[in-house]
Design a binder for this molecule. Structure first.
Ligand SMILES: Nc1ncnc2c1ncn2[C@@H]1O[C@H](COP(=O)(O)OP(=O)(O)OP(=O)(O)O)[C@@H](O)[C@H]1O
Length: 237
């Protein structure tokens, strides 16, 4: 579904993404791990076209999208959540989801409205529909962040540290919603530091370090990899 070939993204002399190859198959839940500043969010920004690549190619469903603009990639079916949720705080939860459903959908306003209701239910926000987004708890803000991305009907959904700051119980609730989104057909790439959540959801893990993927494979194999234990988990090999 997604392929990055020899991708580089440099900021001046800083080589944040450096000759990186990555592929994601349809139906995957790929977890991305890596120390702070490893370039994980930059990787998402490259996939989405927010940052143009310094070199290399990005392919989505067999098409070269390297030169496509972010809005065009969104219309092709790539959606994302942001690390820091910033909804339209004066608008209701439902209105926020509706904006995303209308922007990302290709149907009528009425079809977008029906879809927004479905998404609100799928993400556990039905009881908060009329509340201003600015009054939500952290868990509900994360639900809304997910709902806005899902409302755009992404085939590939990029989640950026969506479980950050939640209690274990809240994290479990969010995990169930993410599993529901995956069951509905979305392929997922999920950056996360909450390893226990990622371990339960991911079909594969990849670890980013020094601008490259230094380990990838099943969650158990990657978390047992001596290099990963040394550079990310802080355990001597
Ligand atoms: N627009 C930019 N201009 C210059 N440097 C940038 C830019 N965006 C990111 N960087 C730098 O790239 C490096 C990687 O940042 P990035 O946010 O991708 O890391 P990350 O792995 O997502 O970190 P975290 O886990 O803390 O969120 C950092 O050194 C950051 O300062």
């Amino acid at each position: 579904m997604l392929e990055l070939v020899s991708v580089r993204r440099h900021f001046g002399p800083l080589k944040v993404i450096d000759d990186l190859d990555l592929s994601v198959a349809k139906g995957d839940v790929l977890g991305i791990l890596g120390p702070n500043g490893a370039g994980k969010t930059t990787l998402f920004n490259v996939i989405l076209g927010v940052h143009p690549v310094s070199a290399g190619h990005v392919r989505f469903e067999g098409r070269d999208i390297t030169r496509k603009r972010p809005w065009s990639r969104c219309q092709m079916g790539i959606g994302r959540t942001y690390q820091v949720p910033k909804p339209f705080s004066h608008m209701s939860v439902f209105e926020n989801v509706l904006v995303a459903a209308v922007s990302g959908g290709q149907g009528s306003i009425r079809a977008s409205r029906d879809w927004a209701v479905e998404v609100v239910e799928l993400t556990g926000l039905a009881h908060r529909m009329e509340r201003p987004a600015g009054e939500l708890s952290l868990l509900d803000l994360k639900r809304l962040e997910l709902a806005k991305a899902v409302a755009c009907r992404p085939k590939l959904l990029l989640l950026d540290e969506i479980a950050g700051g939640l209690t274990d119980m809240e994290c479990d609730e969010l995990l169930e919603i993410i599993r529901g989104v995956h069951r509905q057909g979305a392929t997922i790439v999920w950056i996360e530091h909450v390893i226990h959540a990622l371990r339960r959801a991911a079909t594969r893990l990849a670890v980013l370090y020094g601008g490259k993927i230094i380990s990838s494979g099943t969650p158990d194999a990657v978390l047992a990899d001596p290099r990963v234990r040394e550079v990310y988990l802080g355990v001597e090999a």
